[in-house]
Design a protein around this ligand. Sequence first.
Ligand code: NAP
Length: 338
Amino acid sequence: MSGETVVVTGAAGYVGTYVVKELLSRGYRVRATVREAGDRKKTAHLRAMANEEQLELHSADLEVAGSFEQAMAGARYVIHSASVVQLTAKDPQREIVDVAVTGTRNVIQTAIAAGSVKRIVMTSSISAVVSNDRDQRYIFSEGDWNDAATVKSDPYGVSKVESERTARRLVDGKGVEFVAICPGLVLGPVLCDAHLRTSPAVLYEVMSGKFPAIPNFFFQVVDVRDVAIAHVAAMEREKPSSRYVCTASAMGLRQMAEIARRTCPRAKISRWPMPSPAMYALAAFDKRLSFSFLERNLDSVPTFDNSRIKKELGLNFRPVEVSVGDTARSMEEGGFLA
Ligand code: NAP
């Protein structure tokens, strides 16, 4: 119901920003948590959305126990989107998994302790759903968990599985409802530099000429505006399911490059295809790539059943062509391209 208070963690991030925008457009009061609320540059895109009455900014760090207390006091809903979004790290257990799990524990325990929170919606991922040990024809859905992931092979997958399960365990029997939204690769207009850090980086690198040749990657894509709608719909629906796969459909990076070229003819986009075996060699040196990611996304991509979210939350996904074109245009118009 409009006017109620919603806490959004990771609010300055790519997904978090659009969740805040969607909530404000529906009349909610938002408490946005970021690590440094006083950092005017990092939060300018949020501050521009509403006045301080509708949108409060709070400093909170996933790794600091108790830091979400002030933001949660008296809130009705929590949308927990903050996490470490990277596939590899020097110490993946500590830098990716522990931050996500400890942070989720802090957020959920604080929400329960607040006493006013009715429901928590968490941004999980298809990385918590899809595992590399299934037949190529298998269709993944909400009942699947990525139990094949290990910290060595896929620390990001482990972080999403463990943090979602931790949240479920903590709310059990505490009278607080829980819903997880599991998006695919998120695309759509970027609003600031920091939004180039996660999924839009794929298109950014293609458009700024950083790929000398285009790998045969495929992704299950969803538009960031639809991801935001999904979170708010899960928050508002009277009796939601506890988990929703949130992907529109699959598209290859080469097709994305073609759309970006048509949308932004001046961008420096390679026309060369990168042979797939070369990607495995490259992954040994490129910190952003993991073998598990290549196994899942090179030459094909797993299939998902997204019927539950369409039926129960009324999602009417934008076509991926639109998401890719809008992402490309926002990078050019925002002056983000090198
Ligand atoms: P993002 O732009 O990097 O946003 C993540 C946010 O998490 C950042 O704003 C960051 O806060 C916050 N964060 C990171 N470490 C933190 C810490 N120690 N304490 C407090 N906040 C911390 O990434 P995103 O793409 O929007 O991802 C948001 C969520 O969606 C994540 O849970 C991610 O797993 C999930 N997801 C993303 C995709 C995708 O394709 N992008 C797909 C599926 C699921 P600061 O702003 O303060 O740095």
